[in-house]
Ligand binder design. Sequence first.
Ligand code: HEM
Length: 153
Amino acid sequence: MKGSLVALASVGSIYSTIVIGSIVTALEAGLACGTDWPTCNEQVIPSDLLVSAEVFFEYVHRVVAALSGLLVLATLIVSLRNDAYSGPRRWAILTFIALMIQILLGREVVARMLNPYLVAAHLSLAVTVLLLATITAYSMYKADKLVQPQKTH
Ligand code: HEM
């Protein structure tokens, strides 16, 4: 499997999480799932998911964040299993660590009822995670090109 494609999918997923997170803030929907996590109002799938826009966006933000976590983990595993990615590997490790902290920070944001300092840290780390994932994807793309040099005429 081409690591750069998985890494690119991570970048897309993290970007989507950020866009949806900003919608959550704009709708003042940060506590629409209550203060529990990973459940939403003590339900795995909230009963009013399709009734309340606030619940919908807060819930989708959490689901897409989880998907980002899985994609970043997959990128890390591909980088650890393939020697061609020994260079990008350090970026894949850093991205994974930063994303895990970000998910735990998201949990703290709701547990502490949108403490403004935690929300500010959540936004700052989101940008950092996106930057790290982009560097990972670019360095994996460059490594792919070295393994499969372009045909010359
Ligand atoms: C990939 C992981 C995540 C990323 C990149 C991310 C990113 C963001 C961003 C950019 C915002 C908008 C912040 C602002 O406008 O100031 C936001 C808001 C928010 N995020 Fe996340 N987030 C992630 C995971 C989570 C998780 C797991 C939770 C858990 C509940 C969470 C809870 C929240 C809440 C409650 C808000 C709204 C804060 C408010 O109303 O001011 N996030 N997120």
